[in-house]
Each structure stands twice: as structure tokens, then as C-alpha cells.
Design a protein around this ligand. Sequence first.
Ligand code: FAD
Length: 645
Amino acid sequence: MLYPQEFDVIVVGGGHAGTEAALAAARMGSKTLLLTHNIETLGQMSCNPSIGGIGKGHLVKEVDALGGAMALATDEGGIQFRILNSSKGPAVRATRAQADRVLYKAAIRRMLENQPNLWLFQQAVDDLMIEGDRVVGAVTQVGIQFRSRTVVLTAGTFLDGKIHVGLNNYAAGRAGDPPAVSLSARLKELKLPQARLKTGTPPRIDGRSIDYSKLAEQPGDGMPGGVGDQIPVFSFMGKRSMHPAQMPCWITHTNARTHEIIRSGFDRSPMFTGKIEGVGPRYCPSVEDKINRFADKESHQIFLEPEGLTTHEVYPNGISTSLPFDVQYDLVRSMVGLENAHILRPGYAIEYDYFDPRSLKSSFETRQINGLFFAGQINGTTGYEEAAAQGLFAGINAALQCRGEASWLPGRDQAYVGVLVDDLITKGVTEPYRMFTSRAEFRLQLREDNADMRLTEAGRQMGLVDDARWESFNRKRDAVSRETERLRGLWISPKNLAATESERVLGKAIEHEYSLAELLRRPDVSYGQLMTLADGKFAVEEFSAAVPRETAEADFVAAVLEQVDINAKYSGYIERQKSEIDRAAHYEHLKIPADLDYLAVTALSYEVRQTLNKHRPETLGLASRMTGVTPAAISLLLVHLKKMG
Ligand code: FAD
């Protein structure tokens, strides 16, 4: 049957990429259909029940700054929040939350169901409708044909998915869900460059069988015994009052016996016996991989993370495994506190198809098939946050294409989303890609705290940001710039500041006149200290201690003052970075003709010509970051482009 309505954007898959893609396209006014296997699994966390962390939290904040769902759903579902690296510089501080799976999913589903312009439909997609070199819709398992102008494919780990537990394996998209076999076959037929990756998950434990009295407790921030007295909030629109009850995590360790048990299973490990061909994430290895690679390490820390408020299920973070079940059983029970543990679900590894992201344009549209976009794990990444960021990005670009507008790609100096997309399309992946702050060369300016300042205006222009967020953002931005200006206009000098007071606040007597803005640049001077100068005559009521704590207003004030402070402290570095970026900008954005015959640029080595010819970067900047393309090759290419005029 041909479905009577036609859509602008069809999103296939309701995971973290698909839900953000569908929400973004619909927010931008595109008539959007989200087609997914099962409406009950919308926003499902396939693995760990947590969102954020270093690099990942940065992505979540950016998705949020562009009006996305992930941070708000985490605020609604988060049962433990922590600011990681809180004692380090603001660039690497990151929010991480433990989420109640049920609450998280419910929040995502509610947002989807209440989003204007968005339709949901439950069915497996088995085929794509293609006319010439363009996708024109998707066909479901029972033959319903949905026509659309664009399709965003976010099939996660489902394409030809195969689960391994020991030497047993079976076809599945993840435990309990069917694989996407027909769609995988169809994509192979279309000759999109594809290969296999793998990822894994630990066995889950019934909390009633854990002896918590033997374990170390790890409370979240703002919980009794935890860091600080405030529970963090993820979304720029989030409020502490959205959080449900909070829960601690617990810590145990592997030991010599655990390692012995793990080694005894190597001969039945699908990884070590060659049953699994796909490469797994180096940064999130299975426990057998850790024991094999770091043989002299005597113990590994294992976090026991609650999966929710209404379940006893516990996620043991650090023992992802595909060893046979009998080995899993013994290894779990060899750890302190888990001597009588009951396993609720076995751990497993999953192998799946992914597509070489170097075959995508900088909008995530495939080069071969117009209108077809890929986002999420299908592009060789791992992680909910990476998936959400890509989904939002692809959803935006599909919607822009429907409007007949140019695609959007934030620069590497503007957003981690830009770093992620740029890395994927220029370098491809050799193992599942995850985000780290070290991937960003401009990380001083890509902070969690200023994600809204970097992106919300662009989001508003594209139609992603609603009035409430826009008003709240403007209020903050105005307050930051007003306060910064005020500090620039306030001066103190040795004449009007007693030496003792200067020493108290600034550590030494000041030698000449300074504005408060200049003093705030000093690493050891805080805004609060400055406001105590001269009997508090510089303090303003708007930002004073009179604002009641634990209120949204107090959070607002804290966020404004944080920006004022960080901007002052980092402005010198950031200005320097900006001038470097401006100098490079011309070449960065220099367009390369789409039909350039690289093979004829004989000044370039054969390998470089082959690489550029295959992946056809859109700009000189993108070309310069491709693996194997040297700075010398870029100079030669530039000369060639100049000659072409
Ligand atoms: P998914 O969340 O997989 O969502 C895909 C969606 O598409 C599902 O809703 C599915 O039903 C739907 N779908 C697929 N094919 C079709 C079709 N043909 N028709 C209709 N609907 C379809 N990440 C980490 O960061 N660390 C880890 O340690 C980790 N371990 C993992 C272990 C396992 C076993 C699994 C399965 C995943 C793991 N992940 C891990 C990855 C994490 O789950 C993914 O990165 C993330 O969920 C990817 O989001 P996605 O939206 O791309 O895909």
C-alpha cells in the first residue's frame, strides 16, 4: 500500500540519533515521520544507564542549546548527577548523570508524542524507495510505502546485528530486539561502503543479591557525603525540581581470582577465537580485553550503578563481556559484595554493519544517494551522546534541504558537533569513535558552560529553538554582557583602596589603577571576592547573596556569574585562538569544485590523489584533515586551485 500522505523527512530508527533527528526536523517545520521497530523502545538505552561524561556531556549541552531532548530527559530521569573534573579548568569539566531507564524513555516519548509536525509509526523498515539517484521513501516489513523527500537512517547496532555469548551466536539488533536484515542487504546492494564493528555490554545483576555492606558507596554531587550541596542540572532549561529521588552508586573491584576465571574462558571467547570480525571500542573495552592487554594490572574498579528507582537491576560498569555464561557467572561472583549475585541478563557482544562516514557529505547526506542521510552508530560511532548529536545534525540538514536552503555545519572552533562531523567525514573510523575533549583543538572555547552562547542563536535562526528557550537565553546573555560592561567601568587605585584590603582580596597591594574586569582576569581572584572590596560598594542587588538559594533565580545568577568569571579569565587565550582561526579561515572555507579531476593534479602523490578522488572533500580545510593528506599536498592543491582561477 502507498501511504496517502507524503512527508518531508522520514527518520528510520527511534534510538538516540533517530529521536533527536525527528524532533529537530519537526521543530524546523518539516513534516516528519519517525518509523521504528517498536514504539515502546523509543529512546531506549541499549547499554549503560548514564548520560554525559567528559566530551560526551559537552555534546549533550550542545544538543540542548539547539533545542534537543537529551539533557531535558536526563534532568527528568536522572537519579545521580556529578560534575566530573570539577577541580580542573572549565574546558574539561563535564556533567554526567545516572538515569532511570524508565523515566528517561518516558520523557523522550512524551516529547516525541507532543511535537507538532511529527508522526510516529511502528514497523520495521525493510527497503528504501529509490528513483534515479534519489531516495523517495521507505518501505516497511508489511509492504507499506511511505513517500518522502529525504530519509535519515539511524539504525544503530541493528543492521545485520549478531549477538555473541561465548561460542554461541544469534541474529538480533540488541538483546530482545530483532535485527534489520533485509535493510542491511538492500544497503549492500546499493554498494554503500560498509564494514563491521562490535560493541559489548556487561551482565546485569539483581540488586537484592548484592551485599552492599561490603561495598564503598559513591554518592552523587549534592547528596549526603557527596561533593557540594547542589545537585547539578543538565539542560540550560532544566530545573533541580525536575529531578526524581537520587541514588548512590557502589564500588567493587576485580581481583586475582576474577582474572584467573576470565583467562580460563579465553579459549571459548568469540573475540579471541576469531568468531567476531568487527573491531570493538578501544576506550570501552570488554573485561577480557582488559585482562589480556593489561596482564600485570592486579585489579580493576567496577561501579555498580542502579538502573532505576523502580527496579533492583544493577549495571556493573567495567565488566562488559562476551565470555560464555558459566564464566560470566563465576567472574561476577568472585568479586567482593557479589558472592551471591544473581545475574538477570547475560552480558554479550554485538556485531553490526556500519558505513564509512568518509562517503558522506558535510551535511551527512550520502554521496551516492541524494536525500539519504546517515546518523548515529551506523556512522561508526559509539555512545548515546555521539548518536544524539549526529541525529540532531542530520535532522537539521534534511530539513534545510527540504526548505531548499544550504546545509549547516558548525566549525571545529564553534562546537563539538563540528569536531565530530569533521573527524568522521575526513578521517573515517577504524574502531568505534567516541568523543574526547582532546579531539578539539579549540577546547578552551568549547566548554559545557557556554554551549548556549555558542549555538542557541544559530538554532533560533534555523527554527530549532522555541520562544521560552530564546527568552531565557537572551536574559542570560544580556545579564552577562551588562555585568561584564559594569566591571569594565569600575576602577580601583592605590588611592581609594587600603593596602590591607588589597592584600586580603588580591594577595598584594595594587601598584596602579585597575578596572574590576582586569582584576577578575587573575586566576586567584573570584567575582565574590571583588564584591567584598570597599565594604561591598561594588556589589549589585541583582547578583547578591540576597537571592534565595535553591531557587531557579539563584541558578540563573550562578550561571551568569560563571560566564562573567570564565570569560574574564580566558579572554586572553581565546582572543589569541580567534586570531589564529581568522587567519586560517580563508583556506579553511575555500571551496573545491565538486567535479575537480584530482587524478590530473600530477603534482600530488598518487596516494593523495586517490584519497581525494575517493572522498571528494568540499573545502580545503576538510581536505587538509584527511588521513594521509600532508600540509605539502595542501599547498600544491592550493596552487592548482589558484591556477584554475
Ligand atoms: P540505537 O540506539 O541502536 O537505535 C537504533 C534504533 O533504530 C532502534 O530503535 C531500532 O529499533 C531502530 N531500527 C533499527 N533498524 C530499523 C529498521 N530497519 N526499521 C525500523 N527501526 C529500526 N555505547 C557506549 O557509549 N558505551 C558502551 O559501552 C556501549 N555498549 C553497547 C553495548 C551494546 C550491546 C549495545 C547494543 C550498544 C552499546 N553502546 C555503547 C552503544 C549505544 O547503545 C549506541 O551508541 C547508541 O544507542 C546509538 O544510538 P543510535 O540512535 O545510533 O542507535
